[in-house]
Design a protein around this ligand. Structure first.
Ligand code: ADP
Ligand code: MG
Length: 244
């Protein structure tokens, strides 16, 4: 028995190792061919590994909360087309390396939709990161301080989807603007970006340190893109006006 457990450990067949006693019981009680028994053990190991990877992918995505599209009240937010948002959930935009931009004032559900899509992508096996624009820029600054900015950009470049929440709230200096440009440029036609912003497009140049960097970044971000512009009342205020 110890030899078997050691062997399974060396082969990193953790689930099989954990289930040895149970498999012995199954083998003794069920009328199974050796072939079917082995097939079952292998299938269970694969399923357990896939589940571990799924949990890891969701954790690595660092989505700040669990939101789903089914919780989204489209009737309260008629400014965006329900069918097109549900279409995004098929993740074809990720297969096609297209971007999604969600624009509009606070409280209208932009972050909700971005989180829901990021979660769905992670569940469906995509490598995802959800971040605020500020955290992204801060992390790239920190990476610059310890000389790892290239590695950081390279590892961001391996993801399938990066959701950048709240772009355009804070002005960027040359370094931050360049980092963002590099990220968007690496992603161009290779990855998908979801970007949320409270600024209309006309104002997107403002946070960038200079107009040419702004247009170079925005050209790439907005080339293959679906844009959704939210309007109306904040969901946070739902019911408040009625009760006033
Ligand atoms: P934004 O990012 O546009 O500022 P959020 O996505 O943070 O807005 O939405 C604010 C809160 O209201 C969140 O808790 C979100 O889940 C909720 N919310 C917004 N719009 C809707 C909606 N149409 N249906 C359900 N919940 C909503
Ligand atoms: Mg938001």
């Amino acid at each position: 028995m110890e030899d078997l457990l050691d062997g399974l450990k060396r082969l990193k067949l953790r689930h099989t190792r954990d289930c040895v006693d149970e498999y012995c019981r199954v083998a003794a009680t069920r009328d199974m061919s050796f072939y079917d028994f082995l097939k079952m053990v292998v299938a269970e190991e694969i399923a357990a590994r896939e589940e571990t990877q799924r949990v890891k992918r969701i954790r690595n995505a660092r989505i700040p909360g669990h939101k789903t599209l089914s919780e989204f009240d489209f009737a309260f937010q008629p400014s965006i087309p329900k069918r097109e948002i549900l279409e995004l959930e098929t993740l074809r935009f990720i297969e096609n390396h297209e971007n999604v931009v969600l624009l509009g004032p606070p409280g209208l559900g932009k972050t909700h939709i971005a989180m829901a899509l990021a979660y769905e992508a992670a569940v469906q096996g995509k490598d995802v990161l959800f971040t605020t624009a500020q955290d992204l820029i801060d992390n790239l600054y920190a990476a610059m301080a310890d000389g790892t900015v290239k590695q950081k950009l390279r590892s961001l470049g391996k993801l399938d989807l990066i959701a950048i929440d709240e772009l355009g709230y804070l002005p960027m200096d040359d370094t931050a603007g360049n980092h963002l440009f590099q990220l968007v440029s690496n992603a161009y036609e290779r990855q998908s970006l979801i970007v949320t912003s409270n600024r209309p497009f006309e104002e997107w140049g403002a946070p960038f340190p200079n107009p040419s960097l702004a247009s170079a970044t925005l050209d790439r971000l907005l080339h293959h893109v679906s844009v959704f512009t939210f309007s109306g009342e904040s969901y946070r205020m739902k019911g408040v006006n009625a009760s006033l």
